[in-house]
Each structure stands twice: as C-alpha cells, then as structure tokens.
Design a binder for this molecule. Structure first.
Ligand code: PLP
Length: 393
C-alpha cells in the first residue's frame, strides 16, 4: 500500500489555531477583558422563519408511511432545482434542470469537482486565496500557478496571456479580500479561458451580498460563460445554512472539452460517489428561495451590510486603505503604520480587545493586510470600531 504522498506536501494552516492560541493566552492574562471577534467567517443570525417552517413540515412528512422519503435523486429533487432556476431567471440566466446539482455545500464540491479533471492540468489560483482551492489541488498533485492579487490591481488579478492554465479558480465576491469583478473583467476571464481551452471554477458563495445591480452575481451573466465555466454556490452565507448544509453546482450542457460533456462526467461522478442531500434539508433550501424566504434573507444581509458600513466608515475616517465591504461581508484593509499582519493582530488584540484575521494567513500577497468580517453582532461592531478609532488617532 502506498499513501497519497501529496498529502505530505500540504502545509499546516496555522492561521486559525494561532489566532485561538493568542486569544486564549491573552484571556488567561486578562480574564476580565471582553474580546470582540470580527474575524469570524460564520453567520450569527438564525435560520429564516420560512426555512424553519419548511423543516418542521418536512420532518413531519418523514414520520408518516405515506409521505416518508428514502433515497432521493443523487443530483437533487426537482422542486429545489425549479426554485434555483427561478432565482437565476430573475437575473436573466436560464438554466436547464439537469444542469443543477444539489450539494451539501460549496466546500465539498469545490474539491470534488476536480475528480473529473486530469491531475496533469495546471491550475491558476489567486493569492491571497480561500485555502480550499489550493489544498484540494495539492492533494491531487496538480501544478499550481498563483495570480497575484495586490493593492495595485485592487485585489482583482486579470488574465496574463503569457500564462497557460487549464483550470482557473475565481471567487467573486472574494474571500478574503471582498473584491468583486465587474462584467467587463469577468468577460476578459471568459475570453481568456476560451482562448486557452481552460475551465473556470466560479465560486459564487457570496453572490447574495452584491448590492450594486450592475455587478454580476453569476458568471453566466457573461456571454459565452456556459462554454467554459462551472459555478459553485452555497446557502451558507445568505440563508444561514453553515450548519444546516446545502449548496448547488451548475455544470452547463454547453460545457464540452474534446467532445466530452462535463455535465455527463459530473453526473457519473455524483451518482457513484454521492447519495444526495437529505429531503428535509432540500425542502428547507426550497423555502429559502420563496418570496417570504428571500424577504427574510434580505433583512439578514442588510443587517450584515450595515455592520460592514460601520467598519468601512471608520476606516475611511482614519484614511486606512481597504477594499470590500460594499458588495461583500469581508473588509480587507492595509495594516496602518507599516505593521505586518500579525503585528496588527497583536496590536488590535492588546489595545482594542478586538480579533480579526491576519492577511498573511491567506497567502504571501496578504502580508501587511488584515481581514475583518461583518458577521458579528451590531453592538460589538460599534464598540470594536470605536476602540480601534481611539487607538489609531
Ligand atoms: N467558498 C468560499 C469563498 C467560502 O468562504 C466558503 C465558506 O466560508 C465556502 C465556499 C464554503 O461554503 P459552504 O458552507 O457551502 O461549504
């Protein structure tokens, strides 16, 4: 037996364990201090009432012989696919039911989708990056090329015609930087992918946070994207499903490489290695797409985006460079006074009792930057931003 030695090439990600350790050390030294966490990437608002009601109803159905459900379709129930199709149609994107695959969240599909691509492919990944794109490709032994996201390009790297890639990961709105591509920029990526016969894996986990109607929420709002892109989405950050688990992946029928339909490959992969998402969860997800569900989701998103405004206004008042926060729950700021990411982390913890995420933990281009999130409680955001203002003025 040989192990997959690619796993040994994975670097330990010390980001969150180091944060936890530093916070615990500080708390044991100063037990009376209240620490505010603006580093969390998890939602804090509860599930919408429409979702809870649908869950209760579906659970009751499971208790009766006449309405009980056993195995469902591996790719998802049609009732949920119809709800997702309608959601996309409102933005002028028309999908076939067989192009939508229901998943238990974006994270697993971001890795699983790689099963249908050869390990010989070269992968293009942004730096800084949501670590899953990198680690799943290291596990498969693929060659990775990083595209630099920097202050100069507003953390929105554009295609370089001198680089030949086969698989391109794009996350917009981006985690960790909060940066969002506009339609022209995404069109450049689509044209580039078509020109080098590459596939784009588009992570739209934060699409619901886009406020500016001119910005694309799906890559399929871009002409010809169905010929080169797979879109992976989640109900985690919009409908609060981080613990409930549901998402979806779109593999268009037009997506064909060397005459092979990727949709057929993905269907084959899913029907072999996956047995579908629980019926009750799919009913809950369906409820999230109803008018009532969407109205509640809007309220939650507005709450988080109002938090983001408080953070952005404070940074603006202090003349601190940042991106994100307008169409994304993440705010990515340049550490003031030339501090490194970890120096700024320590400074905030000790002087403002506030925790964020050091940018260097997301890649080398993250050094000197810092991520704050708007998922916290309003009062805490206000207190933390007041404290940060007072120590930096
Ligand atoms: N994609 C991005 C960019 C994320 O930040 C996250 C979660 O934080 C995910 C995907 C995973 O979402 P899910 O909860 O659906 O697995």
């Amino acid at each position: 037996m040989n192990i997959n030695s690619n796993y040994l090439k994975l670097e330990n990600n010390y980001l969150f364990s180091t944060i936890t350790k530093k916070v615990e050390d500080y708390k044991s030294k100063y037990p009376k201090k209240e620490i505010i966490n603006l580093g969390i990437g998890d939602v804090t608002q509860p599930l919408p009432t429409a979702v809870i009601n649908a869950l209760h109803k579906a659970v009751s159905e499971m208790s009766s012989k006449h309405t009980f459900r056993g195995y469902g379709p591996e790719h998802g129930y049609n009732f949920l696919k119809t709800a997702i199709r309608t959601y996309y149609e409102k933005r002028g994107v028309f999908l076939e039911e067989n192009e939508i695959f229901i998943s238990e969240g974006a994270n697993s599909d971001l890795g699983n989708i790689l099963d249908i691509f050869s390990n010989d492919n070269t992968v293009l990944i942004p730096d800084p990056v949501y670590p899953v794109y990198m680690d799943t490709n290291i596990m498969a032994g693929r060659k990775i090329i990083f595209m630099c996201a920097t202050e100069e390009n507003n953390f929105l790297p554009m295609p370089d015609k001198n680089i030949k890639a086969d698989i391109i990961f794009i996350c917009s709105p981006n985690n960790p930087t909060g940066a969002v591509y506009n339609k022209d920029e995404l069109k450049e990526w689509v044209d580039y992918a078509l020109s080098c016969n590459a596939v784009i894996i588009f992570d739209g986990a934060y699409e619901a946070y886009i406020q500016d109607r001119k910005l694309p929420r799906s890559i399929y709002e871009i002409e010809d994207a169905k010929k080169c892109a797979i879109e992976i989405c989640s109900l985690s950050k919009n409908a609060g499903f981080t613990g409930t688990r549901c998402g979806y992946t779109i593999v268009p029928n037009e997506l064909r490489f060397e005459g092979v339909h990727l949709n057929m490959l993905w269907l084959r992969r899913q029907t072999t290695k996956f047995n579908g998402v629980a019926y009750i969860i799919q009913r809950a997800a369906e409820a999230a797409f109803t008018e009532e569900g969407q109205a509640e989701i809007s309220k939650f998103i507005n709450y988080y985006m109002d938090n983001a405004k408080i953070i952005c206004n404070t940074l603006q008042n202090m003349n601190i460079w940042f991106t994100g926060g307008e169409n994304s729950p993440y705010i990515w700021l340049k550490c003031p006074k030339g501090m490194t990411s970890w120096e700024f982390f320590d400074f905030l913890l000790e002087r403002a009792n506030t925790v964020g995420s050091p940018g260097s933990g997301f890649g080398k281009n993250g050094e000197g930057f810092f991520r704050l999130t708007s998922f916290g409680d309003r009062k805490n955001v206000e207190i933390a931003m007041k404290k940060i203002s007072s120590i930096l003025i």
